[in-house]
Design a protein around this ligand. Structure first.
Ligand SMILES: Nc1ncnc2c1ncn2[C@@H]1O[C@H](COP(=O)(O)OP(=O)(O)OP(=O)(O)O)[C@@H](O)[C@H]1O
Length: 244
């Protein structure tokens, strides 16, 4: 479970997070939807201890990220930018390297790497260098390294950015499987349909705050609109920076 409690962060003159508060439950996919500049990435950077908040807390399975960053990070899988893979490594080398960073012994890392290669159907490319990989192959490799240490919580920042339809569908299936296995899955997006299709719980963010939250159906009811697209726009107060 991930808890964001009263998180505030000022960057320069911008109040990037303004008493942001929400919870992402295990066995659920939680989507953070907001226009450009809403504070989604800033929130995730605080969650990964890449940025210190001015006040408030980010908790991963009740572990305070600022107080116990290593322990918290081991309970978290971060889906990195799939375009930044080390091109000279093979997926097997890459995934097992990250398994080691996350505290697995070399024997455990080898076994966990083989398991994740099988579960994400990466066998064909597991021992090829990443250079020249398609977007979908990169995405799966990046996701494999995020989940190789079996973190209970998996966080993805704009995971479908730049992916084609086929790869997006593969990613959606994988996220749904992780939910079925009881993981807490959180992803940020500015694409409405994606959030609507996948999420049990949607956190609508604008200007560093939560402006509404609930299931897609609850958000429609809260807004008094007929469909999710109109509900999102009404609750956020603008359609600027949001994609259909
Ligand atoms: N390093 C920085 N320097 C200056 N301003 C920043 C910096 N990082 C974030 N900000 C500002 O903080 C606010 C929140 O940015 P953030 O990147 O968290 O938004 P976002 O919701 O992820 O947006 P996007 O969908 O465009 O990625 C924005 O106004 C942004 O300009």
């Amino acid at each position: 479970m991930i808890e964001i409690n009263d998180l505030s962060k000022k960057i320069g003159d911008v109040q990037a997070l303004d008493k942001l508060t929400f919870t992402a439950q295990d066995g659920h996919i939680t989507g953070i939807l907001g226009p450009n500049g809403a504070g989604k990435t800033t929130c995730l950077r605080v969650l990964f201890d890449l940025l210190k908040a001015d006040s408030g807390q980010a908790l991963v399975d009740s572990i305070d990220v600022a107080k116990s960053p290593i322990k918290a990070k081991r309970a978290l899988g971060l889906f990195p930018d799939p375009f930044g893979l080390y091109e000279r490594l093979t997926p097997r080398e890459y995934i097992s390297f990250f398994a080691g960073i996350n505290g697995l012994s070399s024997k455990q890392a080898k076994q966990a790497t083989q398991e994740v290669i099988e579960s994400l159907k990466l066998e064909d490319i597991a021992d090829r260098r990443c250079k020249g990989f398609s977007q979908g192959q990169r995405m799966k490799t990046a996701l494999a390294q995020a989940i190789v240490h079996k973190p209970k919580n998996i966080v993805l920042d704009e995971p479908t950015r730049g992916l084609d339809v086929m790869s997006t569908r593969v990613l959606r299936r994988i996220l749904a499987d992780l939910r079925e296995q009881g993981h807490c899955v959180v992803f940020s997006s500015h694409v409405m349909q994606e959030v609507a299709a996948l999420c049990d719980n949607v956190i609508l963010m604008s200007k560093g705050r939560v402006v509404a939250q609930g299931s897609p159906q609850q958000l429609i009811e809260q807004s008094g609109e007929q469909n999710l697209e109109d509900a999102f726009i009404k609750l956020i107060g603008s359609d600027e920076g949001i994609a259909a």
